[in-house]
Ligand binder design. Sequence first.
Ligand SMILES: Cc1cc2nc3c(=O)[nH]c(=O)nc-3n(C[C@H](O)[C@H](O)[C@H](O)COP(=O)(O)O)c2cc1C
Length: 334
Amino acid sequence: MMDWTDRRCRAFHRLMSRRARLYTEMVTADAVVFGPRERLIGFDAAEHPVALQLGGSDPRRLTEAASIGADFGYDEINLNCGCPSDRVQSGRFGACLMREPALVGECVAAIAAAVDVPVTVKCRIGVDAQEPGEALTAFAASVKAAGAAALVVHARKAWLEGLSPKDNRTVPPLDYPLVHALKRAHARWPIVINGGIADLDEARTHLEHVDGVMMGRAAYQNPEILLDVDSSLFGEAAPFDDPFEALEAFMPVIARGLARGDRLHDWTRHCLGLFAGRPGARNFRRILATEGVRADAGLDVLRRAVACVGRVVEPAAARPPRGARELLRQHEGA
Ligand SMILES: Cc1cc2nc3c(=O)[nH]c(=O)nc-3n(C[C@H](O)[C@H](O)[C@H](O)COP(=O)(O)O)c2cc1C
């Protein structure tokens, strides 16, 4: 997720689940080929398994970018056909590619021929006036034939004219049954569902119909969800007993970042949603959002913020962390 799932965020999320697959922000193929590569797609070995998401529609340029990504060690190359922003449309990639399944197929085939890691696609169920059943069926058939290893479907249309990217994540209605039906039509091809999935109970329900669940906002805004992924969905021990332990384990990682010149906020902005529902969570966020943004803020600020948080979970923990959402809204430009 652009501006959210940078490598610092992924390092944090990886601490919370050994098994969840993490995705980079979308990076355009041009940026990977011509831009500051290490800054754009560099990642830490601890992040595995991690997928590089590319944006583009030129098979040759995508192939170059994907090869670079594979050389960096990414476990998967994912092609974005779901992002609805104007900038993306003018570059002819993202959700507008739902109208060009043959071109997307060409891109997938070219990338798949060039890299050894799985190539996957993330799409919508259609754009604008497209009939979702037809659009998704044709799109899926094309990318599957081209060699896509899996399809991730954000189960709502994108309206390319008239809706902001943010509204395009809430306004068009979700159509989960359509994605479940797509899976029934492709029994041996992995289909991953995405969009509006709020917790692991919902995820488990979807897993009765599809092969995987992708969680975006819920996982970012309430990262404690990730602490239960390994035990709930993979039958393995959770990496930590609680978010306090996870954050403690994150501190040396942050310290290394600070020693390299990062600011504390570069790291802790991804932690604001932690501790949702616990007494003191609001103070935790307030300290990080005020003192934590200062240029000279160090781990002592984070420790002080954590010290405000009580260990007892209030029943409201199940609700999304409202205060965190307000603080996070400033990052919602993507
Ligand atoms: C801030 C933000 C940035 C996003 N950036 C990307 C992106 O780079 N690539 C992508 O495929 N989806 C992106 N998305 C969309 C999410 O991946 C996801 O499809 C969408 O939010 C619906 O899933 P959710 O309800 O679980 O969040 C972004 C969403 C948000 C909120």
